[in-house]
Design a protein around this ligand. Structure first.
Ligand code: ADP
Ligand code: ZN
Length: 215
């Protein structure tokens, strides 16, 4: 099964991706995670991406498409498919993805559109805390860790993403509306779009996903 997770920042793509990856044995490809890891390692790619990511702008399509194409070509054969999270993010990226998959003799099975309002996005992202060790996601108010800034699961330190501040969050949301939201129509026309209400809990969002996928 080959899936795309579509939705604004804070829609819960990362959270659902982790559950789906384990449950369906899929390769999870998150362009945001890949970029942050390249930035941390200070690679050429990371250096090029840094100013875009930190201001909430999109990294140029050319850089992103190359990065994803390489990873799609290297998915281990024991995976049952892939799960794209944060890609495609522009119509141009979606068209490139269609070409890449065509060349590989693969296709998408569904695009899960996680729908959520600006109010919910703002509330979720300004309070979001992430574990440096295992990547678990907490929320200052809604899901605080038992011990301040320490992960319940692995005991590592929690941090706030540098682009999770109110100004950059607003910027990311505007960029989403302008450049990514047109993909809703793009995938609707191709009969791939499955709309999910993502303003509810992670468990209830997951239940809807399983149901629309017929699992
Ligand atoms: P979110 O969806 O919460 O904004 P991501 O982790 O998906 O966060 O992305 C963080 C940043 O990485 C984006 O604001 C953007 O700068 C960059 N980025 C991620 N994916 C893409 C993409 N497909 N195209 C262009 N830029 C991207
Ligand atoms: Zn942890």
């Amino acid at each position: 099964m080959n899936l795309v997770l579509l939705g604004p920042p804070g829609a819960g793509k990362g959270t659902q991706a982790e559950i789906l990856r384990d449950r369906l044995s899929l390769e999870h490809l998150s362009t945001g995670d890949i970029l942050r890891s390249e930035m941390k390692k200070e690679t050429e790619l990371g250096k090029k991406a840094k100013e875009y990511v930190e201001s909430g702008k999109l990294v140029p399509d050319k850089i992103i498409v190359g990065m994803i194409a390489e990873r799609l070509a290297n998915i281990s054969p024991d995976k049952k498919g892939f799960l794209l999270d944060g890609f495609p993010r522009t119509v141009a990226q979606a068209e490139e993805l269609d070409k890449i998959l065509d060349d590989m003799g693969k296709k998408l099975d569904a695009v899960l559109y996680l729908r959520v309002s600006w109010e919910v996005v703002k509330e979720r992202l300004t309070g979001r805390l992430i574990c440096r060790g295992c990547g678990a996601i907490y929320h200052k108010k809604n899901k605080p860790p038992k011990k301040d800034m320490v992960c319940d699961i692995c005991g590592e330190e929690l941090y706030q993403r540098s682009d999770d501040n109110e100004i950059v969050i607003k910027n990311r949301f505007d960029v989403y509306n302008e450049q990514t939201a047109p993909l809703i129509e793009y995938y609707k026309e191709r009969s791939l779009l499955k709309e999910i209400n993502s303003e509810v809990s992670a468990e209830d969002t997951y239940t809807q996903i399983i149901s629309v996928l017929g699992l």
